[in-house]
Design a protein around this ligand. Structure first.
Ligand SMILES: NC(=O)c1ccc[n+]([C@@H]2O[C@H](COP(=O)([O-])OP(=O)(O)OC[C@H]3O[C@@H](n4cnc5c(N)ncnc54)[C@H](O)[C@@H]3O)[C@@H](O)[C@H]2O)c1
Length: 391
């Protein structure tokens, strides 16, 4: 009886609320109430996608399930896969499969207004430039191009034509990371002193992929650099990195598989990162922010949250973490696509701006230089036309 006094009124007499963080419940409420305001009323865009490998198949799955897009072209050099893809995704005969040699059909087709690029990094620059020259908005997998000069040219072309060029930094759209960012920005951990980011890839990418990836700093660590700056709302003034190639095949192509880095920011915040091309136990993605008022962190996610433990004589087993990026960031990829469509259809401000992408490219170049020379690299942003406020 000691607690009966706390019973209060019947729950039927109370207003039912749910936590804002439950984004899936919000989606359900919008769907079940046919909340028109939650849906775009804009006519669908007509799109083409370049590249249907690892990243491309993730985007294709979001595109074919999204009523805001009519897919018109699929461009890939693996002609042998076309029939299977058409059958698997139940694509109508309105979807046209072509090879890169026929890409001009996409550029000159005036009905196409958006282009999705998920082909190898070395192909991005030309596809971006040709698409923008023909008045298409572009969603491009990171990195936009192989080097800063080409990336700048792409953004200049987009600016000149008034087109959107979106760099797909998917981690920004992950519910856990974006929630962490909002809470850091609201001051929940106070003045940030240390941000720690761990990103260990799984499975090991093929050597063919690594050869054309642009190197681990521009291929993988760009995500860590982008996320650090995005959470902290500032750019680093000092970069230090140490890197090894412990896998012989990675060493043979003069790349690295094991990297540690330090970024120092004008506020005094320090970022510590560790990154690996191969994590034997799954796709290890963690983030921690420590400030003078507290600490907040995002731990690894698991496919089976509800069956977490098996207890035996050998101890307690947790279910495995997600194996790779398509599963860990599935929701992030979908939200990223919605954001791009909101930008092109409704003109909302783009989350990943040109100067942020260029800044990340500059940090990646500095980090690689530090790893290769053993030097600390100071970064001067004074000539980079960086706005005072980081979004
Ligand atoms: N943001 C992310 O999470 C993420 C994850 C993986 C890859 N990526 C990026 O996506 C891009 C593709 O990487 P991937 O791992 O999917 O590579 P992949 O090798 O798995 O796939 C590339 C596909 O593009 C096709 N292709 C080759 N040349 C082409 C061309 N000129 N036009 C059209 N298609 C062409 C290939 O046949 C292949 O099907 C890279 O830029 C990479 O950095 C991003």
């Amino acid at each position: 009886m000691a607690t009966k006094k706390f019973a209060g009124p019947s729950p039927y007499k109370l207003r039912q609320t749910y936590p804002e963080d439950d984004y899936l419940h919000t989606e359900y409420v919008n769907n079940s109430t046919a909340n028109q305001a939650s849906r775009s009323q804009a006519p669908p865009v007509v799109g083409a996608i370049f590249g249907l490998g690892r990243a491309g198949s993730i985007h294709l799955s979001s595109i074919v399930n999204n009523p805001r897009i009519i897919l018109k072209y699929i461009v890939d050099d693996r002609k042998d896969r076309f029939a299977d893809l058409k059958k698997f995704w139940r694509l109508s005969s309105d979807v046209i499969f072509i090879t890169p040699a026929e890409a001009n059909r996409v550029y000159t087709d005036k009905s196409v207004n958006v282009v999705f690029i998920a082909s190898p990094t070395w192909t991005h620059h030309d596809i971006v430039v040709n698409s923008i020259a023909n008045n298409k908005d572009v969603y491009c997998e990171k990195p936009i191009a192989e080097n800063i000069e080409d990336t700048k040219k792409c953004y200049e072309a987009a600016k000149a034509k008034g087109r959107t060029l979106f760099a797909a930094f998917n981690r920004r759209f992950d519910p856990a990371y974006s929630n962490l960012k909002e809470r850091v920005r609201k001051g929940e951990v106070g003045h940030v002193q240390i941000l720690k980011v761990t990103a260990r890839d799984s499975p090991l990418p093929t050597i063919d992929y690594l050869k054309t990836s642009g190197g681990v700093f521009h291929d993988c660590l760009v995500h860590d650099f982008d996320m650090s700056c995005w959470v902290l709302g500032e750019l680093p003034i000092r970069v230090q990195a140490s890197a090894s190639a412990l896998i012989p095949e990675v060493k043979a192509i003069d790349d690295f598989d094991t990297i540690a880095f330090l970024l120092t920011f004008p506020s005094g915040a320090v970022v510590l990162g560790d990154n690996s091309r191969y994590s034997a136990y799954g796709y290890d993605q963690r983030l921690e922010v420590f400030g003078n008022k507290g600490m907040i962190k995002v731990e690894n996610e698991r496919p089976c949250h509800s069956t977490e433990t098996v207890i035996g004589q050998e101890g307690i087993k947790l279910s495995p973490i997600f194996y790779s990026f398509p599963s860990r960031y599935k929701v992030a990829y979908q939200r990223e696509l919605e954001h791009f469509l909101d930008v092109v259809q409704h003109g909302i401000p783009m989350s990943v701006t040109s100067w942020q992408t260029l800044a990340v490219s500059k940090i990646a170049t500095a980090a690689e230089e530090s790893a290769r020379t053993g030097k600390t690299i100071d970064i001067d942003w004074s000539k980079d036309d960086i706005p005072a406020v980081y979004s």
